[in-house]
Design a protein around this ligand. Sequence first.
Ligand code: FEO
Length: 398
Amino acid sequence: MKVKELTKDLYYVGVVDHALKVFDVAILTKYGTSYNSYLLKTKDGAVVFEGSKEKTEEEYLENISSLCPFKDIKYVFVTHTEPDHSGAIKALLGKNPDITVVASQGALINLGKIVRIDFKKHVAKDGETFEFGGYHFRFVSGLLLHWPDVMFTYIEEKKALVSCDAFGCHYAFDGILLSKLTDEEGYRDAFEYYYEKIMGPFPAFAKAAANRVLALDLDFILTGHGPVIDTRIGERVREYLRLPEKFFPSAVKDKVTIIYGSAYGYTRDLANRIAEGLKAGGKDVVLMELDALNYGTVRGEAIRALFTSEMTLLGSPTIGGDAIGLFYDILSAVPATIGTGRKASAFGDYGWSGEAVPNLTCRLKQLHFAVKDGLRINFALDGEGEKALAAYISSLLS
Ligand code: FEO
């Protein structure tokens, strides 16, 4: 049990999980995690903030009931409905069906599909203030960070922001408060990794949310995972202004990156000719050749070059009726939110069937790149091929 009074009448009632090794299939949790929730006692009854994961609901309910009987709970505020936070809400409503759920419209719809029972609702709207028990709860939209249903709550009298996933991290800490944590290096590592994996695909929303939060007078950020932030709050929030450039840097005007592989030199020749044409057109071109031997070294550089480029061109021969698999691996590192609007195209030489270009083009479109038609050349360039190449370069410059 991890009940802790944070300040008068405001308690941590979350569940700390040191044993967790992986989260959401693909995210490693080498520091474990916690599913944070909070309880505020008021003169008119108790308010709970956040649920917990379904498998931790027993401890969550125990923590709450150690502070007050379930019948005294009037509201549960749900900041976001991903099941690591909403999974235990059904059990809480089972203890007291009169509890009103306060959440954004989107979250209430999601929650209905998660709990599959009727419940009392109050729609939280951005900028509105909800009053109860002598407290003012101001709703601050989480601006799609990282689900569309996110609605932060600012508890004015406690100078506390319930932020759920935002500003949190997967770090299990029994001391609960960041001010008590001495493992600065581990916390920073966990904070940045969490940002990269969870918030990274939404850099503009992260910056916008950080700017909104910096305008609040705060003594606490009541996170959904990891330590409660009760110290150096501005510094923590400003990380959401810095980290977007670290993990998904902005595109540089006129920068074009050409990433290619070549079996017999034909696709390499195309890459060089395209580079010359684009340079002559005023572009700043970076050429990167990859193969199975150098891939481990150049992968990170290629992905970063893609993020920092106004346009990325992928050049692949066709082998086995498809593009070289390394290109799909590079694209697997690009969230569709980051691909959106960036320019891209594919080119390649082929011997038999030439599926590499249409297949890469298809994947680039799935990732929401602004895709220019590709260029396919069969073996060596002839007169027609030269014309197609010139037209391709010209289309890239237009
Ligand atoms: Fe911690 Fe988006 O759930």
